[in-house]
Design a protein around this ligand. Structure first.
Ligand SMILES: [Zn+2]
Length: 153
């Protein structure tokens, strides 16, 4: 089962990557002002002195890694996610909405011509209107996703 997540303000890069894996991830641009009892909070806040104690979240995971890729690996491990839990290209990495499959005709004029002629499967974000296709992040993302679980084992 996929957990519902919330990434704290200092974890914007991590939020994008979690969404690329297909995970429902809120990005808390202004920090965790109000707890969301059905979401797991990912934060680095508890490392800082003089921070008010956070509570009211489903769970709070305090990450120790500094860079985005290590934070991603740490999150996947701490959440106990398997490679099968990842659903790449199912969610918009900008606004977290689930993507909708659309026909090729729907994206005519909305993607570059070479993309239109080489691809037949397209998805659309109903939130921001961004069009995705299997080549969008494929090479780089596959490499990162494979690496996540190879190095974790
Ligand atoms: Zn979007």
């Amino acid at each position: 089962m996929q957990p519902k997540l919330a990434a704290d303000s200092m974890l914007g890069g991590l939020a994008k990557w979690l969404r690329l894996l297909g995970l429902d991830t809120y990005y808390l641009r202004h920090g965790p002002k109000k707890p969301l009892p059905d979401r797991i909070l990912l934060t680095r806040r508890s490392n800082r002195p003089h921070q008010p104690r956070l509570h009211g979240w489903l769970e709070i995971i305090n990450l120790s890694s500094n860079d985005t890729k290590s934070q991603l690996r740490e999150s996947v491990q701490r959440l106990g996610l398997n490679k099968e839990d990842a659903r790449p290209l199912s969610r918009c990495n900008t606004c977290n909405r689930l993507l909708e499959k659309v026909s090729k005709d729907d994206v005519l004029g909305r993607v570059p011509e070479f993309v239109f002629s080489y691809h037949n499967e397209f998805s659309l974000c109903p939130g921001c209107g961004r069009v995705y296709w299997p080549g969008t992040h494929h090479g780089r993302m596959s490499a990162v996703i494979d690496g996540l679980w190879d190095e974790a084992s």
